[in-house]
Write a protein that binds this ligand. Structure first.
Ligand code: GRF
Length: 201
């Protein structure tokens, strides 16, 4: 059974979507551990509720690389073979990225490469795009810059606020993330340059 490690800093609704998909047998793996850099993160509580080991590790006052090494050790101790970032607010150092080559995924609330970084839904709204959405991508050493695994578009309405747009994008995220993780775990793809080519059954 594939083992997933989920890193988060907050609410954990994407973790919940992964937990629910795993329960339905739709993920192709099980979540072995959830790690957060925020002690009171709701996502840690969701993990505990689901019977998943939930670990808090404070990053404050630690050099980035030693913090990342600690997290890698926790993931290895739980035999994790795929790392899912789900609202983890820290940029991973090369030490981390190289520890799981091609085995780290992230979900971002915009259609990358547009609106990378923080507050993507507000960036999209303020830019005036008519369509935004969600992206699942492999993580490399840049900011939201790795090869794209899956995307779902969400229309922007004239009446939207950053909050209402974020809420609709979040619904798309919850559909998209489990599907993309499943695809990755099945290994039905190859990478050519930046392109992730899905091999149809
Ligand atoms: C999501 O919008 C995700 O795309 C972004 O951070 C947010 C996390 O939300 N990376 P949640 O903690 O999964 O509810």
């Amino acid at each position: 059974m594939n083992k997933l490690g989920v890193l988060l800093s907050g609410r954990g609704s994407n973790l919940q979507a992964l937990v629910d998909a795993a329960r339905r047998g739709e993920l192709g793996g099980e979540i072995a551990v959830v790690v957060s850099n925020v002690e009171g993160a709701l996502g840690l509580e969701r993990a505990r509720q689901a019977g998943i080991p939930a670990v808090f590790r404070d990053h404050r006052g630690k050099p980035r690389e030693s913090y990342d090494t600690e997290i890698v050790e926790i993931l290895r101790a739980h035999h994790v073979d795929l790392v899912c970032l789900a609202g983890f607010t820290r940029l991973l150092s090369p030490v981390f990225v190289r520890a799981f080559p091609g085995r780290i995924v992230n979900i971002h609330p915009a259609l990358l490469p547009a609106f990378a970084g923080l507050d993507a839904q507000r960036q999209a709204l303020e830019h005036g795009v008519k369509v935004s959405g969600a992206t699942v991508h492999l993580v490399d050493e840049g900011l939201d810059s790795g090869p794209i695994l899956a995307q779902e578009a969400v229309g922007v309405l004239s009446s939207d606020t950053p909050e209402s747009l974020a809420a609709r994008i979040l619904e798309a995220e919850h559909r998209l993330y489990p599907r993309a993780v499943h695809l990755l775990l099945e290994g039905r793809f190859r990478i050519e340059g930046r392109r992730v080519i899905v091999e149809e059954e």
